[in-house]
Design a protein around this ligand. Structure first.
Ligand code: PAF
Length: 281
């Protein structure tokens, strides 16, 4: 496995890496969810192609300094995990490597970003689009894999690729969960043992509300009320948002007639967790 710690080292290697190349962009603190993305990348490129992973805690996508400062950065464990998962190339730049002190170009998506996480994290998706576009340019990858847990991120990246004619295939991979249903996230390690024990309530609340759909309920208001009722049983979490949106436009819906998404973001103190379920009428 080749490790490139800066853009110059990456540029030296990237032209000689066998193609096709599939990129797995990450911010490190790798868990089984990331490893599933790396395995998916291997499936996509086969044994002769290149699986590349980037590990970069992208400062411009953090809306809260504390979240950036506390984001876990276990680099040597991450490199060992990449190696064990069969990655061929890992890029681990420092922030100064990725952004010039006077950088002044960003990529912004202006419609899908106005809902859900975009509404509560100003500038977040512009930071994501900018770094992902830079990574696509640096790697000149044929494809890239992203987790479906961040479904809004995935939708926005697909939109960016479509609208800017970026020659890359975007692949979404199913959310990987802990045995108790909690979606895997690098932020889970920041939960206290009590919060960690409480956190599966997020998934349970969403699936309980989804069950109403199979009983014939189509009104978003009722489904949202059921999910909120469940979430409020927790004494520890604070709901950031709970929304029911169209699966394609991400706009709030009143009556479910097309595929929709019930999505939430919840805080345990300063740790923000997200999850969602698909609602198929
Ligand atoms: O999903 C993430 O970990 C990040 O948002 C990404 C796509 C690596 C960009 O920094």
């Amino acid at each position: 496995m080749i490790v490139a710690a800066d853009t110059a080292a990456l540029m030296e290697k990237i032209d000689v890496m066998p193609r096709p190349l599939c990129l797995v962009p990450t911010m490190g603190a790798l868990h089984e969810g990331h490893l599933a993305l790396i395995h998916e990348a291997r499936r996509v490129v086969g044994t002769t192609g290149t699986v590349a992973v980037s590990i970069f805690v992208n400062p411009i996508q953090f809306d809260r300094k504390e979240d950036l400062d506390k984001y876990p950065r276990p680099l040597s464990a991450d490199l060992a995990a990449c190696e064990a998962a069969g990655a061929d190339l890992v890029f681990t730049p420092e922030s100064g490597q990725m952004y010039h002190a006077d950088h002044s170009i960003t990529v912004s998506e202006n419609r899908l970003s106005s809902f859900l996480c975009g509404a509560s994290r100003p500038g977040h998706f512009s930071g994501v689009c900018t770094v992902v576009m830079k990574l696509f340019m640096l790697f000149r990858a044929q494809s890239a894999v992203f987790g479906k847990k961040d479904f809004q991120q995935l939708a926005i990246i697909k939109r960016m690729v479509r609208d800017l004619n970026v020659p890359i295939e975007i692949i979404g991979h199913a959310t990987i969960r802990e045995a108790d249903g909690l979606a895997m996230s690098s932020r889970n390690v920041r939960l206290s043992p009590e919060q960690r024990a409480d956190a599966p309530i997020i998934r349970r609340s969403l699936t309980a509300a989804r069950d109403l759909l199979s009983l014939g309920e189509r009104q978003a208001e009722s489904i949202l009320a059921a999910a909120r009722h469940h979430l409020e049983k927790s004494q520890m979490l604070k709901i950031d948002y709970l929304s029911l949106v169209d699966a394609e436009t991400l706009e709030p819906v009143a009556t479910i007639r097309r595929p929709a998404i019930l999505a939430t973001a919840c805080f345990y103190d300063t740790v923000r967790l997200i999850d969602h379920v698909e609602l198929l009428p």
